[in-house]
Design a protein around this ligand. Structure first.
Ligand SMILES: Cc1cc2nc3c(=O)[nH]c(=O)nc-3n(C[C@H](O)[C@H](O)[C@H](O)COP(=O)(O)OP(=O)(O)OC[C@H]3O[C@@H](n4cnc5c(N)ncnc54)[C@H](O)[C@@H]3O)c2cc1C
Length: 383
């Protein structure tokens, strides 16, 4: 009699979960039942939210339901994950328990607008589709004034995105003839933009901000937002339009899993993405991976994707009885939109010792086209 199919369960239908589930279904066919549990009925490709914010994309153009995944043999279950019980090899959801033989946790990081006073009431958030649409509409009516872009706390997804936000708003205001009547300033707790990528990349992004007369205020701790006022530990900053990247927290569903490390993010082996529980892997933004320079691997889709590929190969190999092991090697790249039809590009080895080895390419139209091609590849190939 043939063996019963293995129960492979993937939690979270974002970038990491989609890649892991697709690859597992492709590789294992009838040897596994691959189930993906996701609470939302559709997924909006996050990097495109910044273009949506300035009116260059619509929500339908960058949002997909899970029908492609279903056609690829993945069972998509719309449910909210409540807890992971590694002793019983079972996931608790609001639709009932789901047992697993192999588990991939890809629940992402949760931006929490309620975690800092006034953010939900007085600031826009480009990380959320509905809020990014409101920001787009507000920018379309904006007649010029003081714009602040603030990072509430660390860590946050995509180290480049707040700086791209500031430069895209700069480009929009220039096109609309409003830049002379406007001030744009960035406030961040970081000492430099994208500090994990090293001083050269950070100074390069800071120089792009300066070239556009965008104020840069590093090591600024944000205490909260009031109507027309950003409160920082160095004083109050008046604004006409505020964009705040909210605090990010680990998914609630893993809090009691026994799989977390410092600050509640999932702890994994940085190459195999194994957690401390047998047959349980974790990938993407929900994971914290310390680097040689004392910082953490950035929360970025390129890493979630590469980790998902490695984990899918490893689970498939185990089910097929092979001992071959795939490793995530810490390489990644990131485009940095500069708002004038160009983008820079940071790439390198984040696992290099004694510090990440990352290079930064100057902004060009070619890198911007690279970012558009990356978006189209994602929307057509994966979602
Ligand atoms: C504005 C913006 C721009 C970005 N630009 C880039 C870029 O240019 N390049 C890049 O590499 N990265 C970029 N990123 C970061 C990238 O989107 C994330 O790093 C990536 O999506 C992480 O993938 P993930 O699978 O770990 O998590 P996610 O893609 O966030 O997916 C997690 C999924 O889990 C689901 N989920 C969470 N909790 C539950 C639960 N309890 N039950 C059921 N489902 C749940 C969520 O609904 C979500 O679909 C950007 C992000 C933003 C916000």
């Amino acid at each position: 009699m043939p063996d019963a199919p293995q129960q492979v369960v993937v939690l979270g239908g974002g970038i990491g979960g989609q890649v892991a589930a697709t690859r597992l279904a492709q590789r294992l066919g009838t040897r596994a039942r691959v189930r993906l549990i996701e609470r939302a009925p559709s997924y909006t490709f996050p990097p495109s939210l910044l273009w949506l914010m300035v009116g260059d994309r619509s929500a339908p153009a960058i949002t997909r339901d899970y029908s492609t995944l279903r056609r690829r043999g993945v069972e998509v279950m719309q449910a909210s994950v409540e807890a992971v019980d590694t002793t019983a090899s079972s996931v608790r959801t609001d639709q009932g328990p789901v047992p697993y033989d192999y588990l991939v946790i890809a629940l992402g990081a949760t931006p929490d607008r309620g975690a800092l006073p006034g953010v939900a009431e007085y600031a826009h958030d480009p990380y959320d589709l509905a809020s990014a649409e409101r920001l787009r509409d507000t920018l379309a009516r904006f007649g010029g004034g003081r714009v602040v872009v603030a990072i509430a706390s660390l860590p946050y997804k995509c180290p480049a995105a707040p700086y791209e936000t500031a430069m895209l708003i700069d480009g929009l205001l220039r096109r609309r003839g409003l830049r002379d009547r406007s001030e744009i300033s960035v406030y961040t707790p970081e000492p430099l933009p994208m500090p994990v990528a090293g001083p050269y990349a950070g100074h390069s992004v800071a120089a792009e901000l300066a070239a556009r007369s965008i104020g840069f205020n590093p090591t600024s701790q944000i205490d909260g937002v009031e109507a027309g006022m950003l409160r920082t530990q160095r004083g109050e900053v008046p604004f006409d339009l505020a964009v705040v990247i909210p605090p990010h927290r680990p998914p609630q569903a893993i809090a009691e899993s026994g799989l977390t490390g410092p600050a509640g993010w999932l702890a994994v082996d940085r190459q195999t993405l194994r957690t401390r529980a047998a047959n349980v892997y974790a990938i993407g933004d929900a994971v914290a991976i310390p680097l040689e320079n004392g910082m953490m691997l950035p929360k970025a889709g390129v890493f979630a994707h590469a980790q998902a590929e490695a984990v899918a190969r490893n689970i498939a190999a185990q089910i097929e009885g092979s001992t071959a092991e795939s490793m995530f090697d810490g390489h990644g790249l990131c485009f940095v939109e500069t708002g004038d039809g160009k983008a820079g590009m940071a790439s390198g080895d984040f696992y290099a010792s004694p510090r990440p080895d990352v290079s930064m390419r100057r902004p060009s139209r070619a890198w911007h086209m690279g970012k558009v091609a990356f978006e189209q590849y994602w929307l057509r190939r994966w979602l």
